[in-house]
Design a protein around this ligand. Structure first.
Ligand SMILES: [Zn+2]
Length: 390
């Protein structure tokens, strides 16, 4: 991954928060780092934590997208082990300098916990391709060593922040430049904007080099010819009927998607879940792989019921991704834009899952946590539909 730091440009930026925004854009502009709203960054200056607001696109942030919070109060909250995770998250908002400021990132406490001026959090494809295997800890120790200790999977927010703090305090040596978040992503840190950004690149490039050295980097391709245009359209119609509104279609029939949809282990590897929970907002937890929309919808409702206790009205049971040997990959979305977004995200998932499978047994975060991510961040489709009906 290329280092995009520009010395001349950086020298023209004086304010630390502006420099923070600059390297955030370098990270956010690279889709192999984060996709559509994923990732967050922060800066500590004296007793203030500036953290990216939720919803802001990391690739386009500027100073005003960072929310200022009282760092000492955040750290005091984290020290109190009696506070429940729910209460902890509620109290984060009270630490904002201005009540009108944007809701700070869900990972605000994680940023507060680490004793560095700059902290970066991304869902880098290469890191996920190394770490998302059943022997995650062992694999990460081999690839990242003491540069980045592994934090076991925890749900975003209070639980993840507490786990990061515990691992950092017990395992990080002077050589540590970040943390690997199992089945979620990566954190890097540093005392300057440049150091922190370059530490993130160092971890990502280390992952990429290791995958290359294991022959796990190049994605399988086939020279089979795509067909199945009619099949894709009939799946779109069936999915729309389940969703209760018309879904748009985005078909990606390439040598790689066709090869992936024809893998003999597809039923196993495609049914473990997305490489990071955030992707499920656009792709749902699982793709449709056998063309049976009715069965998919039933098992999707069961999954929501079992994980969340009830099927929320904000989540319909239609698939957003379909894989088929005839057309490769198809994505469905509330409009053409979101169908293309889902397709693009799933192309990253195909790359990550294929590479992980080339060196281990791919696995993902627990189904309960994926469902919570779908619930907590979902709902955008309803907003889009409401706006288009205005
Ligand atoms: Zn994340």
């Amino acid at each position: 991954m290329q280092n995009l730091w520009d010395n001349t440009l950086a020298a023209s930026i004086n304010a630390p928060l502006a420099l923070r925004a600059y390297t955030s854009r370098l990270i956010g502009g690279n889709k192999d780092m984060v996709l559509y709203g994923g990732g967050n960054t922060s800066l500590k200056a004296a007793d203030t934590l500036y953290v990216k607001g939720t919803g802001a696109d990391l690739g386009a942030v500027s100073e005003e997208h960072f929310t200022a919070l009282d760092l000492l109060r955040l750290r005091a909250l984290l020290k109190d082990e009696q506070i429940s995770d729910v209460e902890l998250m509620r109290r984060v908002d009270d630490c904002k300098h201005s009540p009108k400021a944007a809701k700070p990132s869900i990972e605000t406490l994680l940023h507060a916990a680490l004793p560095y001026a700059y902290v970066e959090h991304a869902h880098a494809d290469a890191v996920l391709a190394v770490a998302n295997v059943t022997n995650c800890e062992e694999r990460c120790a081999e690839v990242f060593g003491d540069l980045a200790p592994v934090v076991p999977y925890r749900h975003s927010g209070a639980a993840l922040a507490r786990a990061c703090k515990a691992v950092f305090e017990s395992c990080a040596t002077d050589r540590a430049i970040g943390l690997i978040l199992a089945f979620h992503g990566v954190v890097a840190f540093g005392n300057t904007a440049r150091e922190s950004y370059e530490n993130l690149l160092r971890l990502v490039n280390r992952a990429e080099d290791w995958l290359q050295s294991r022959g796990a980097w190049v994605l399988p391709e086939t020279d089979a010819i795509a067909s199945g245009e009619d099949r894709a359209e009939s799946l779109r119609q069936a999915a729309s009927a389940v969703a209760g509104f018309p879904l748009s279609l985005c078909r990606v029939s390439t040598a790689q998607t066709l090869a992936y949809a024809r893998r003999i282990d597809l039923a196993d590897i495609s049914r473990q879940g997305p490489p990071t929970p955030q992707h499920a907002i656009f792709t749902k937890r699982l793709p449709l792989i056998d063309g049976d929309i009715a069965v998919y919808a039933r098992s999707y409702r069961d999954y929501l019921q079992q994980t969340l206790g009830e099927a929320p009205h904000t989540i319909d049971a239609a698939p957003r991704i379909a894989l088929d040997p005839s057309f490769g990959l198809c994505a469905f979305g509330v409009n053409a834009h979101y169908a293309a977004v889902a397709a693009e995200i799933y192309l990253h998932d195909i790359a990550i899952i294929s590479r992980a499978t080339a060196h281990g047994r791919y696995c993902a975060a627990p189904a309960e946590d994926i469902a919570r991510a779908e619930l907590e961040y979902g709902g955008f489709e309803q907003r889009v539909r409401a706006q288009s009906n205005d």
